[in-house]
Design a protein around this ligand. Sequence first.
Ligand SMILES: Nc1ncnc2c1ncn2[C@@H]1O[C@H](COP(=O)(O)O)[C@@H](O)[C@H]1OP(=O)(O)O
Ligand SMILES: [Mg+2]
Ligand SMILES: [Mg+2]
Ligand SMILES: [Mg+2]
Length: 372
Amino acid sequence: MSLAFALEKQVAISAVLRACSLTSAVFNKLVKNETLVKGDKSPVTGEHSTRVILASDTLPVADYSAQAVINVILAQAFPSDPIVGEEDSADLRNDADPTSATLRSRITELANEALALPLRDWEKAEWGIGPTHGQRTTFQLLDAIDRGNFSGARKGRMWTLDPIDGTKGFLRGEQYAVCLALIEDSEVKLGVMGCPNLPLKAGDEAGEKGCIFVAVKGQGSEQRPISSLQDATPIHIPTRPLSELRTLESVEAAHSSQSTTGRIAQALGITAAPVRMDSQAKYCSLARGDGDIYLRMPTGVGYVEKIWDHAGGSLLVTEAGGVVSDSRGQPLDFGLGRTLGENFGVIASGKDVHPSVLEAVRKARAEESQKL
Ligand SMILES: Nc1ncnc2c1ncn2[C@@H]1O[C@H](COP(=O)(O)O)[C@@H](O)[C@H]1OP(=O)(O)O
Ligand SMILES: [Mg+2]
Ligand SMILES: [Mg+2]
Ligand SMILES: [Mg+2]
């Protein structure tokens, strides 16, 4: 008897793998070029001018194309499943914008290149003959991007997708993640996150990079090297003494209040500097024990977190033996639509330390309100 969500898991891994290949290709072809052009301040002419048009739009090119690829594959396997995706194609259809035609043709080329990647042995073994992903026209790809327009729901089954989570990290050549999750009746059942720049072993910058993390509700969490997807290693959050814990937080101060996370660490007696990392790679690092406490504290500007930024990562951590809540200890509610509208920040850690972290959050908040 096959395990629950076996097909969904295979399809999601294949889709994320192809999107990772696409985002890595975009980075290598375009972002690096742009850095060079900007870095040496050389005059931008001829071939370079084309590169700059493309490269300055690298962010949407990679995000749109990756969303198109994943949505094409999901639509083929599960045609009636709705998708809550971060991107939509409205800007790409706007012919008043002179760059939109260039973007469309680049997206078509990149997405079709990723869809044409041959099946890996692992996929053939799992699927038998396996699916083939035929080439798509530009407008089929725009329609595929727009399959991500579902508004979310409390009941029923849906996917949620962030084609590039941590865009700032992506552009810096640091951490980012391709994040896909399946939600049923507001509960995350499957999470697949591709982290092309994450070393297989924490801190081993010289070693192999590129991991896919997978969690299925009730079946645990695992890590697979992108280079050999059949090698799944189960991952668990280790138990460490409080004095040895490290916090994980955003690189971007605008995404999480670093003064509040500093106070929380202090209240816990943590002396080690925070590990700062972009994207849901933080959840992945926590789930395999590279860091211990993920703190995401609101900055006070009223930003509401999106479901695609937390669905897969939160399941990965809970299936690795951890707890994920908002900063008040409430569970994340994935049934309210496209956002985590009722939640306030995110706190994730091993089970044992989670109550102490919530207590430290209360203390940090009390200190901050006294200062006001
Ligand atoms: N003001 C904000 N506060 C919190 N998160 C934000 C804000 N603006 C964008 N984000 C999203 O935060 C996530 C990355 O956060 P971090 O890397 O700091 O953990 C991304 O999903 C990013 O969107 P995007 O997917 O467009 O990059
Ligand atoms: Mg995101
Ligand atoms: Mg994104
Ligand atoms: Mg974005």
